[in-house]
Design a protein around this ligand. Sequence first.
Ligand code: HEC
Length: 273
Amino acid sequence: MTLLKTLSIALVGLGLLGGAAQAAGSQKPARDVSFSFEGPFGTFDRAQLQRGYKVYKEVCAACHSMHFVSFRNLSQPGGPGFTEEQVKVLAAEYTIQDGPGEDGEMFERARLPQDRFPDPFPNEQAARVANGGAYPPDLSLITKSRPGWYGTFNQLFNGIGGPEYVYSLLTGYEEPPAELAAEAPEGKSYNPYFAAGHWIGMPAPLTDDQVTYDDGTPATVDQMAKDVAAFMAWTAEPKMEERKRLGFMVMIYLAVLALLLYLVKKRLWAKEH
Ligand code: HEC
């Protein structure tokens, strides 16, 4: 009994038991979603990434930047699979300041595929002023920087749950419990999934049918949240499919090598027995 106790205390200490390391106080663990890109062979669903881009562009981009993504990434292998022609059109919807030209003046031109996604605000201060003091973080890497659940084993088998966190946050707005309602901070909404406490400076961004999907998928809040979370999983790891493919080849190579070594060993030692 005491041994068992000591052992479990040690495990809890190491953060190995699920739930033991609920680091962020009473933050609700993210809801599990089965995404197409999970597991060692999972790949992105192209149509879903295209829908996710639409949600980002028409809703989230009003407040959130995605510094690390260029338009041309949208047509690269392993991504949403837009054609290069489509990407030119998507980029040209925005302008960028370029120059100086021959006359020494800066000028505006349409964005090209090699340009990055535009920033909604010129600087952090402007972003805060527009959002009641809260700063809308850059979303390029958000699914890597926010775990959806805690515990080493949990993360070993389920990944860190970043896309699930984004999904749960977007669908998790609710009325605050009665005992908290009285102390609601000005301009904040109640969201039990938010990593930094229950009160978030982002008003619920999604409502049903906010975007019109080109592929006819009904744009429910749930669907849009999944699609945009998948899109962010891709922006955070654009080479995921390549990594998995390479990993698989390496495993096959090692298996063949192990078999050959075993046969060689049997042969060499055969005489000695
Ligand atoms: C009206 C502006 C606005 C819109 C539109 C908006 N957000 Fe936000 N978002 C914010 C602000 C402000 C914060 C920071 C909240 C805070 O720190 O309290 C934030 C925070 C976040 C966070 C980070 C939460 C964390 O753990 O720190 C994520 C993820 C997020 N938003 C995703 C989205 C997605 C996806 C969309 C589009 C569906 C979206 N947001 C639309 C303003 C916005």
